[in-house]
Each structure stands twice: as structure tokens, then as C-alpha cells.
Design a protein around this ligand. Structure first.
Ligand code: TRP
Length: 481
């Protein structure tokens, strides 16, 4: 039943796949989310755990996902059907495809909203809204003006809905045309430009007075901030929330656990090194996240900004830098345009799996499938929008200590990043490393059984990854109880 090529087309070369996968991975997760959750869990120790998770959980699972996709050559749902049938494994594993697709709807719903914020900031920064702050000499006043702009945006559901709609339509447009054609050129220019702009911003961050402090915050490992977040009178209770968050961020940032990378793997030509592709994607994704932190923390500290402010962090930090820089208006607009592009190439990969599946059922064209999925996710996105204004006081699970302050957006984010993606990841790891025949793995990886890379990957995926994810899970259930 295995096919030579996918019905949805194929990447024109190995580099296009690498670019597409990197485009999926690098996005809001790196520049918007990574800095604020790093701050939430106290800095260095979080970064340290994150890096360990990337290596021990992220990289092996990414390889496994690409491998399964390459074998099945269909949407995740059908890929799992095909691969379980081919290897005579239980139908149970098909849950990976279904759960991932469901999870994708949830992620896309809020991803598009935040993508909308970045679009709004292209206009705000580009229209010179922050250029006057250089004239103000009082730091507190600058901070309050910049955050005023953000708060105003959050308080305006109409404006948020407008941007969310535009972002979702952009995503749908590429999906309708098929991911191969549209993505290739966009990412080819976006990635290098994004790196250049980030390096220039690192240069700016280095010129701020508290650069060293920002770096220390990110790299000095202070475990008590991560592990003992609820200390009362010097007595600290062990609390694994920070570790759970670091693991969740690994899945989210690398786009693994729901089948997005699996769907892209399905469009791979036969003779491609999965190891090399996954390594390049993981390295570039991690580099962008670290650069974002190196930029944001020094700027925040130098301006007396609270770093533990949640999702607003990047929007309240960078405009200050753009306000002070020469050509800041132009440069700031360019930065947010690139961030929109990065978010766009990520959201495309979240929408592809359900659309590919619907097309495969034979009952939908690409156009109608995209319309159905896009509209559904768009509607769900309204819950996130309202979490920042009319429903900001709605805390549905406030009876649980750890969700006391959680809005609908926080809950959707927690459910997807910290529960569904890791669960999907554990299932993929166990399915591939315990249930697929070795010959199949070696064939797809194009490797020999005694190659050290294969052996290291296999061992990690078989033992370390599932046990690691499992332990972190159990710990967090402990927190809930
Ligand atoms: N990784 C992307 C980011 O960091 C978001 C993303 C794209 C994603 N595809 C995904 C997250 C699939 C989870 C699953 O912004």
C-alpha cells in the first residue's frame, strides 16, 4: 500500500523540505513565547532544562515524525492508518493522527490571533507611533506609553478580530494552492533576512547598559527559581511546573507532537537524510529562540521593564528599542514584517494536516477543505481574543491552585503545549521505537544498523524520551492533585 509519492505533491529538493520544516519551527514560539515563559520560570534554569529537552526529546521525536510521514506519504491520520496496516500493528496508534489533528485546530486558533497582533504592530511601528519616545527622558513614562499601545489593542476586540481574520486568510491562501509552491520562495528569503535583523538587534542589545544583566538572567542557572516557585517563609515546595513548561515549549517550538512535521515528511523524496534535515531544523530553531532572549532581556532590564509580564513582553520591549534607534521606524516595521512571515510559515504547517486529510477522503477539494478548517479554527480563535478583554475575568478552572489565574487562552495554551503535544510525542516515540520493524526504520533513515547516529537515536527514542516525558507528566499530575 505504500506509494512512491504523495497525492499532494512533493518537495522539489531536500533543501526545500529543510526550509519548510525550519519555517514551520521558527515562529512566534521562538520570538514571542520563549522569552516570556523563560521569564515566568526565572531565567537560566529554564533555558538549561529547555536545551536538554530539545536534545533528548525534541530531536529524536522530530526524526521519528519525519520518518513516519515519509513512510506513509499521506496526512497524519491516513499515514498512521497506512503504517499500522503495513506493519500489522494495532489500530490504537491511529490515535496519534486524530489527536494531533484536533490539537492543531486548537493551536491554530490562538496562533492566528497572536499572528494578528504582530500584523497590527507592523502598522503601529511603521506609522511612527513609537518614534517620539526618544524625546521623553523619563523611562517610566516611556514604558507606560509603549504598554499603553499594547493595552489599547487588547481592549479592542474589533481590531483584534480584523487582524485575526486577515492572518487566517493569509494562511488559507497558501494552503489552497498547496504548500510546496507557495512556501519555497517565501522561506528562502525570510530565513536569512530574519537572522540578519536578529543579529542587528543583538548589536543594539549589546549597546544597552544592562546587557550583562540580561545575559546573566538567561544563562545563570538558578534552580530554585524553576523548581520552587511557591516558597512561603523560606520553605519551598518542590514544584515541577517549570520543567513541564520547558518540555511543552520544546514541542511547541519544534512543531512536533501533532503531525505537522509528519505531514511535511510525507512530501519527501525517497533519498533524503532525515538526520541531517532534523538536525539543521532543531539547531536553527534553538538559535532563533536564544537570540530572541539575548535581545529582549537586556532591553527590558535597561528600561526598567518587568520581564515577567506574560504574552505582552515582546510587544512592550522591542518598540522601546525601535523608538531609540536610528531609522527605528523603518527597521521596526521590517522586524515585525519578518515576524509575520515567520508566523505565517508556521501556521501553514498547522493547517496542512487536517486539510490534507479531508482531501484524501475524496469528499472535498483543497479549496472547500481549507474553507471548512480555516473557518472552524477562526471561530475558536475568538475565545482567545476575548480572553484579553471581555472575558479576561473568566477563569473557568480557578478552583485549582495552578489554574487560579488562567483565562481561556491560558487553558488552551496549557492543554495543547503541555498536555496534547507531549502526549502525541510519547505515542510517536513508543510507536516508532518499540513497534516498527528495525528494517523499516533503517530503510527510511537510509542508514546501517551499526551506525552510531542510528544507535544513539534509537536508544534515546526507546528509553530516554518516553521515560522523560512520562516522568514530567506524572510530576505535573502531582501538582494538579
Ligand atoms: N513551531 C511554531 C512556532 O514556534 C508553531 C507551530 C507550527 C507548531 N506548527 C506547529 C506548534 C505544530 C505545535 C505543533 O511558532
Amino acid at each position: 500500500m505504500t506509494r512512491e509519492t504523495s497525492v499532494h505533491g512533493e518537495w522539489s529538493s531536500r533543501w526545500v523540505f529543510i526550509l519548510a520544516a525550519a519555517g514551520s519551527a521558527v515562529g512566534l514560539g521562538n520570538i514571542w513565547k520563549f522569552p516570556y515563559i523563560t521569564a515566568e520560570y526565572g531565567g537560566g534554569a529554564f533555558v538549561f532544562i529547555y536545551l536538554i529537552c530539545v536534545l533528548m526529546i525534541g530531536l529524536p521525536i522530530m526524526m521519528a515524525e519525519i520518518l513516519v510521514g515519509k513512510r506513509g506519504k499521506h496526512s497524519p491520520i491516513n499515514t498512521l492508518k497506512i503504517v499500522t496496516a503495513e506493519t500489522k500493528q494495532s489500530k490504537f496508534w491511529q490515535i496519534i493522527g486524530w489527536m494531533g489533528t484536533f490539537c492543531g485546530f486548537l493551536i491554530l486558533s490562538y496562533y492566528s490571533v497572536i499572528g494578528g497582533w504582530t500584523m497590527a504592530y507592523v502598522v503601529k511601528v511603521g506609522s511612527g507611533m513609537f518614534s517620539h519616545i526618544d524625546m521623553l527622558h523619563d523611562k517610566a513614562m516611556i514604558v507606560s506609553q509603549v504598554s499603553g499601545v499594547f493595552n489599547q489593542l487588547m481592549a479592542n476586540p474589533q481590531e483584534l478580530i480584523l487582524w485575526h481574520t486577515i492572518f487566517m486568510m493569509l494562511t488559507m491562501t497558501v494552503i489552497v494552492g498547496g504548500v510546496q509552491g507557495g512556501l519555497e520562495k517565501a522561506i528562502l528569503y525570510m530565513m536569512p533576512s530574519l537572522f540578519i535583523v536578529l543579529f542587528i538587534l543583538v548589536g543594539y542589545a549589546m549597546s544597552t547598559e544592562k546587557f550583562a544583566e540580561g545575559i546573566a538572567f538567561m544563562f545563570k542557572i538558578n534552580f530554585s527559581a524553576l523548581l520552587f516557585s511557591d516558597c512561603v517563609d523560606g520553605y519551598c515546595k518542590f514544584n515541577g511546573q517549570g520543567i513541564l513548561a520547558a518540555m511543552g515549549q520544546t514541542f511547541f517550538s519544534l512543531s512536533i507532537g501533532m503531525g505537522a512535521i509528519m505531514a511535511y515528511g510525507a512530501y519527501l523524496p525517497k533519498h533524503v537524510s532525515i538526520t541531517q534535515a532534523a538536525t539543521i531544523v532543531v539547531l536553527s530553531d534553538t538559535l532563533v529562540a536564544i537570540l530572541a532572549g539575548i535581545i529582549i532581556f537586556p532591553i527590558a532590564f535597561s528600561n526598567g521593564l518587568e520581564v515577567n509580564q506574560g504574552p505582552s513582553l515582546v510587544f512592550n520591549t522591542l518598540p522601546i528599542a525601535f523608538g531609540h534607534m536610528p531609522y527605528g521606524t523603518l527597521f521596526g516595521a521590517l522586524f515585525f514584517i519578518l515576524l509575520v512571515l515567520a508566523a505565517w510559515t508556521s501556521s501553514i504547517s498547522i493547517l496542512e494536516p487536517p486539510v490534507a486529510w479531508m482531501v484524501e477522503t475524496g469528499r472535498f477539494t483543497r479549496f472547500s477543505a481549507t474553507l471548512v478548517c480555516g473557518i472552524l479554527s477562526w471561530a475558536l480563535g475568538l475565545l482567545t481574543i476575548f480572553s484579553f478583554n471581555i472575558l479576561s475575568d473568566f477563569k473557568p478552572l480557578s478552583q485549582f491552585a495552578m489554574f487560579k489565574e488562567a483565562t481561556l487562552f491560558d487553558l488552551i495554551d496549557f492543554l495543547t503545549s503541555n498536555i496534547l503535544l507531549p502526549l502525541g510525542g510519547i505515542l510517536i516515540a513508543v510507536f516508532v521505537a518499540w513497534f516498527l520493524p528495525k528494517a523499516l526504520l533503517l530503510e527510511e533513515l537510509q542508514m546501517k544498523a551499526n551506525h552510531w547516529v542510528y544507535r544513539a537515536w534509537y536508544f534515546t527514542l526507546r528509553y530516554i524520551t518516553p521515560v522523560g516525558v512520562g516522568l514530567i507528566f506524572l510530576k505535573s499530575i502531582g501538582i494538579l492533585a
